[in-house]
Design a protein around this ligand. Structure first.
Ligand code: ZN
Length: 148
């Protein structure tokens, strides 16, 4: 495992935030890719497996630092897909109508995301936030998130 750790660390640079920024191969969603035990896996998942331990089935490796290229195991945590979406909404980069990791989703705030954030800020669960997002999509309006 030491060798794998060394091989892994050759592919990163550490930035001022302490993120291990992946500089080797990436897929277009911005995640690094790493060969581990003969399989190509997302680098942040590989990082968890190499430096922390096995990832249970159906569990995602999520970022505390919101940097998809970051593979610092200290910036990662385990969570379910539901938590992943909730986390995304909280960070304002969730779009229920496009595949997760869409190129535009990190930068542009679509009406759906506005609605979802707004609903979340009013304390609604993510399922209601998603519904709000769908309604807004249907009406084609965008409201900046507001707290009432
Ligand atoms: Zn980080």
């Amino acid at each position: 495992m030491i060798e794998v750790q060394q091989r892994f660390k050759l592919k990163i640079i550490i930035n001022s935030a302490g993120c291990w920024v992946w500089i080797a191969g990436k897929i277009d969603a911005g995640y690094g890719m790493f060969w581990l035990n003969g399989k190509q896996v997302r680098a942040h998942r590989a990082s968890w497996a190499i430096f922390v331990g096995a990832i249970p089935d159906g569990i995602n490796v999520l970022h505390k630092c919101d940097n998809k290229a970051c593979v610092n195991p200290k910036h990662l945590f385990l969570g379910t897909q539901k938590e992943n979406i909730a986390d995304c909404i909280k960070k304002g980069r969730w779009n229920p109508f496009k595949p997760f990791g869409n190129k535009n989703s990190a930068k542009k705030r679509s009406p759906e995301i506005c609605a979802a954030i707004s609903a979340r800020q009013k304390g609604k669960p993510w399922s209601k936030a998603r519904r709000a997002a769908q309604l807004i999509k249907h009406k084609g309006e965008c409201h900046e998130p507001s707290i009432e």
